[in-house]
Design a protein around this ligand. Sequence first.
Ligand code: 5RP
Length: 217
Amino acid sequence: MSQDQKKRNAAKVAIDYIKNNAIIGVGTGSTINFFIEELAKNKGFIDGAVSSSVATDKLLKEYNIPIIELNSVDELPVYVDGADEATKNKHLVKGGGGALTREKIIAAASKKFVCIIDDTKLVPILGKFPLPVEVIPMAQSYVAREIIKLGGQPELRRDFITDNGNIILDIHNMKIENPSELENKIDQITGVVTNGLFAKRPADILIIASDTEVIKK
Ligand code: 5RP
């Protein structure tokens, strides 16, 4: 089975967590695009979505799903998003699509975070996928030097500016043995906006699609 078919299968199962007329948080990426397609099959199923990126805004608009500002709602009941890596503890690396900051804000403001992945993304230890860090442009060199002190190898994501006008440093070869501790350490570097570790606020539900089944953890 193709990776895309597995992503689609996981996305279908995530629909079970959405109640009629809800306003939900929606992430960014190819897996979430399948989820938006599923949402759109039931016209008027949800009242609207808080979107995590300009790319997701575009797709929601194409399907006439109302986009709601986060500041105009209270806590969101559910946030659905993909990930680049996940452990069985539901710690994640996110930000392959560069939307990590808005994704982290929506995750923080949501009661339940449902993360949908295919089984290639389930790992025993995070860090094989380069860890994205959103950085204020003038702090690029300083932040890169501080990341090297933490043991990682930062690489500027070429030709990429985030929806917030910042750059991304992708950290290679980082040994992520304690995700919450590293999340804190990177966030404390002046000039860092957010890093792609989701450990302090992990997923609540992991939906994992393999060739033969879709399991929920
Ligand atoms: C975007 C993300 C995505 O969830 C992550 O990159 C996974 O993407 P895809 O569903 O395309 O594999 O964090 O910032």
